[in-house]
Design a protein around this ligand. Sequence first.
Ligand code: DL6
Length: 820
Amino acid sequence: NKSCHNVRTDCTAPGLRQAVLDNLYYVSGNTPVTASAQDWYDAVAYCVRDRMLKAWNEGIERITKALDLRAVAYLSAEFLIGPQLGSNVLALGIAEPLREALATLGQDLDAIVDGEHEPGLGNGGLGRLAACYMDSMATLGVPAIGYGIHYEFGMFTQTIRDGWQVEMADKWLRQGFPWEIVQHEFAVEVGLGGSTETFLDAGGRLRVRWNPEKRILAVPHDIPVIGYGGTFCNVLRLWSAEAVDAFDFGSFSSGDYGKAVEEKILSETISKVLYPNDEPYQGKVLRLGQQYFFVSASLRDMLRVQQMLGKPLDTFHTTFAIQLNDTHPAVAVAELMRLLVDGHGMEWERAWAVTTKCFSYTNHTLLPEALEKWPVELFGGLLPRHLEIIYEINRRFLEEVRAAYPGDEGLAARLSLIDEASPRSVRMAHLAVVGSHAVNGVAALHTELLKTHVMQDFAALTPQKFCNVTNGVTPRRFLALCNPRLAACITSRIGPAWINRFEEEIGKLEAFADDPGFQAQWRGIKRENKAALSALAEKHLGVALNPDAVFDVQVKRVHEYKRQHLNILRVIALYSAIKRDPGAEFSPLAVLFGGKAAPGYFMAKRVIKLIHNVAQVINGDPDVGGRLTVAYIPNFNVRVGQVVYPAADISQQISLAGKEASGTGNMKFGINGAVTMGTLDGANVEMRQCVGEENFFLFGLTAPEVVEVKRNGYDPRAYAATDPVLGQALDMIASGAFSAGDREIFRPIVDNLLYQDEYMVLADFASYMHCQALVMEACRDTARFTRMSILNVARLGKFSSDRSIRDYCRDIWNITPELG
Ligand code: DL6
């Protein structure tokens, strides 16, 4: 390994042993006798980090020295990076010597890896995607900086009390975070509020000056992101907010101690907490503040590099390809214009040309309510100069629209960056589209729906901007690291190249799909993985899961469009069938759920409660006798996912068609050999094409059928009235069968399904039950099911995030990866 270049970074077992002891002694002030579990973790983490620093420093030099290099600046309000130790050890290829070294010290590497607390700096798919992309960019040798927010409190910790979700603050930094290095010298001040004024500059030109009301210090915390192989390293730069003047001595001297630290408290709130992504944005001025805070600091950081390189500002786009991960960083378009025009005196037209060549925008949602809009008043109060700039961008843009489509004022109103409906608001997605040279969706169906529905007018106006990049996940973390048994088994047949050449290599596995010896090994591994998950469930939930049961899993954010309530209705129907005929054959089935609901999301939280209550009744019913088990795995996060994905037989991907942009859990399950039971939604569509329709359990309405049924007047009650299985399942909930006779507690769910059912749970129920029968039949034929499982892994090469990053490089960023 090239990174092991001197005595401090020796990668032999004795060298690693000494390094761990040195770190224990000199960094945490401990000996093996006094060290706590946390001290051992820190010592090992610093020892691993030392071995990343050569590649890290080379990476920073690469970006700050090479004149002709274009780097990606990935702007994202979320980076759900997951536990770091295991993945860094894997990338460096030092697991075995490190394990050996620790064993001589009486320590177990796996236990230390398992004990790591993960940074919860994301809500779910979007933030995890950003982390997968950082991994792939480092592995492929794409120079990149990820820019985001160093939240003090990440995603809340979910605990369950009496079946209800209870949120606890996640103080992820309580014990420190050994992977980051704080770079005080690159701190920048970010303004907020205030007003603008015009003035004449020395050349007699009219200019605008923004006089912010307050300033906050943005301090970068750098986390290395090392590629597989350990030679290429990028950086994730997360900004935390500090007060410019942390202590007001004037107030202190006059006895006002509270006021003396008021500034500090107010400033720090900016990076205090990660917002849940599925709550309304209205009125959340702090969130807009967060977005602007990290975007401004990041752009100024990039401009610093540009100036350090001595390159003129109008070549800024040749230095950075800036990717907007959803609209959260979209204010960057206005901020770059401000920095170039107001800050550097560039002409508007030239600044606009540079800006649009820099930016590209990824859309991640089809839900209208998730498209960010900020009331003009709120926006202007916080960012008065940016509002002026947005008005000017809009004025020029609408001039072009009107020139192209004279007289079509309806079109101009639909395309405008400003929504004129009360309250007038800034449409962030429109700002992102207008300010970018490329706009992409995250799965083929999603991009198609963007072009034909959500962004129809923009797609007609500038069709060349729109393209698709189907999401992917990193096979390092989500197979090599999380499923070591399966990884070793795959490597034993096709060699190790699949780890960083997944798309090209994994297909070779197909040759073994019918090999009885290989099949038996495959099943054995799945069983061991199920036993590991059972042990976890037993420890945390006191629920015994039978490792010989089929593990049927739905883990993801809890949201009505993802339809956890459809899943639980299926479970109730299966339960009823057992109750009707307890003697009938029923192959053991374990239905597992996991996921957090946004704290303010009433319906999602009630669905969690319903699942718990149903689980309690079914698991305790002697007629069932353990043949059907239901469990809710609390606090689903990256770490828990790494245990869950390898243990699943069936992956539930059951959103209403046309609602899930892509999904990435579907891919994580698939590459671990779970067979999908799903709708034609998001990336399921492409996954099914790849694995073959005979290896995918399809059900439900298609996206066009959804539109059609709604157009004809969807009446959910008609489905309940004509399908006795469905009717009975709903009646059981309504009658209190799962709530000790309480008919009120789940009424909101039942009423919502019967009288609204926005996500058409009842319309898809019969098809889902039919599919369930096919799944159970397939599972009884072990050779057939094992073949399906193997083929799911072998044929999902496309869903590596390496392929996605190559697509971005080729179609959007115009960058050639250095390593592959
Ligand atoms: O693209 C990553 C991920 C998709 O896989 C999911 O389908 C999609 O729901 C998610 N989108 C968001 C949007 N949040 N906001 N705004 O999280 O993105």
